[in-house]
Design a protein around this ligand. Structure first.
Ligand SMILES: NC(=O)c1ccc[n+]([C@@H]2O[C@H](COP(=O)([O-])OP(=O)(O)OC[C@H]3O[C@@H](n4cnc5c(N)ncnc54)[C@H](O)[C@@H]3O)[C@@H](O)[C@H]2O)c1
Length: 335
């Protein structure tokens, strides 16, 4: 049996505790957060052991750690767990910036401790089937891959303030999927965006709607669309076009769209409301995978090395938005 610690009990951390408490093979959860009231509430709800501090959690005999705290704390918390030799699951992104991500990756590689990063789309059955189709060669050379992420409404503005912006916070999922599905590395990025919602997005140097064009080294073109205000629901789709065939993931009955074709009632709903209901099963599979990593029975499904490449892509997109011109990945990597 396995004991896990969960650090950070906000939106996703509390959700992960809920998921973990329903998984086989876990006999105890220890939970910590900066906010003692939240620790007490989550511990009581799930029969978890409350820790007085992160240090107490790390020294409590846990076999592995889930880091689900706010983004600025990821690097420090992950390294604290890794320094104790504890296999760690870190929510995306692994650090606030790409340079910090690269540093964290170097330290983790030297430590030789397994670390998995929270890119749950890889564990979704439809995304995984799309990946299998690409890997089988059935699509032929890929020419265009579209990845869409639209939230029904933005997270709290305090969250946005510390998020690093829409590319590091939200589009990283799309960037990870583009790299994973194509098996190619990004060469150049053009990112642009607009603000029509809360004026604080602009104050933070962020946008509430973004479009990104990514050129890959194998010839595929990636098109990312991300938005914070999409009231019909949580819209997450992947469309993969090859010379010989096309596959899509996320075009299920819950894709939040009102189809105006009078002869076609697709999609019938109910619409996906938020990432938590759309990816409930994927989060469960992702965390079950991490439990196998903790037991030494599997390797991480999304690695720190993957996360570093995604972080450079997000960095280039952020810089492209700032400059209003395309930015090469090598340029930000060597800056
Ligand atoms: N994989 C996904 O789809 C997904 C979805 C949502 C959020 N996330 C990621 O999860 C992280 C948390 O997001 P959220 O929406 O839950 O945020 P949140 O603001 O709701 O919660 C963050 C929690 O972390 C706690 N915290 C902050 N610093 C801490 C520290 N040093 N030690 C202990 N606790 C600390 C806060 O008190 C808060 O309870 C973010 O990095 C975000 O990018 C991933």
């Amino acid at each position: 049996m396995t004991t896990l610690g969960v650090i950070g009990l906000g939106r996703i951390g509390a959700f992960h505790v809920d998921t973990l408490s329903g998984l086989d093979g876990i006999d105890r959860l220890v939970v910590a957060d900066e906010r003692p009231d939240v620790v007490a509430a989550v511990a009581a709800k799930h029969g978890a052991t409350p820790a007085d501090s992160v240090e107490d959690l790390l020294d409590s005999g846990v076999d592995g750690v889930v880091v689900a705290a706010a983004t600025p704390a990821h690097a420090e918390l992950t390294l604290a767990a890794v320094h104790r030799g504890l296999p760690t699951f870190c929510e995306k992104p692994i650090a606030a910036t790409a340079a910090e991500s690269a540093h964290v990756a170097t330290v983790i590689a030297k430590a030789g401790v397994p670390v998995q990063v929270g890119y749950q789309r890889r564990f979704d059955v439809a995304f995984a089937a799309a990946k299998q189709a690409v890997d089988s060669g059935a699509l032929g050379p890929l020419h265009t891959v579209r990845s869409t992420t639209m939230d029904p409404s933005p997270p709290p503005m305090e969250y946005i303030a510390g998020s690093g912006g829409i590319f590091r916070d939200c589009a990283v999922h799309d960037f990870d999927v583009l790299r994973w599905i194509t098996g190619q590395n990004a060469v150049e990025v053009y990112a642009t965006g607009t603000n029509q919602g809360d004026p604080r997005f602009a104050q933070y140097g962020d946008v509430d709607t973004a479009a990104v064009v990514v050129k890959f080294d194998g010839g595929a073109m990636g098109i990312v669309s991300a938005a914070r205000y999409n009231a019909r629901g949580y819209d997450c789709r992947l469309e993969v076009h090859g010379f010989h065939d096309t596959v899509v993931a996320g075009w299920d009955q819950g894709v939040p769209m009102r189809n105006t074709d009078p002869h076609n009632d697709f999609p019938t709903g109910p619409y996906h409301h938020f990432f938590m209901d759309r990816f409930t099963d994927a989060f469960r599979a992702e965390l079950a995978g991490f439990v196998s990593v903790v037991k030494g029975e599997a390797i991480p499904g999304a690695t720190v090395a993957d996360a570093v490449e995604v972080a450079w892509l997000a960095e280039a997109a952020t810089e492209s938005l700032r400059r209003g011109t395309p930015v090469r990945i090598e340029e930000v990597r060597n800056a």
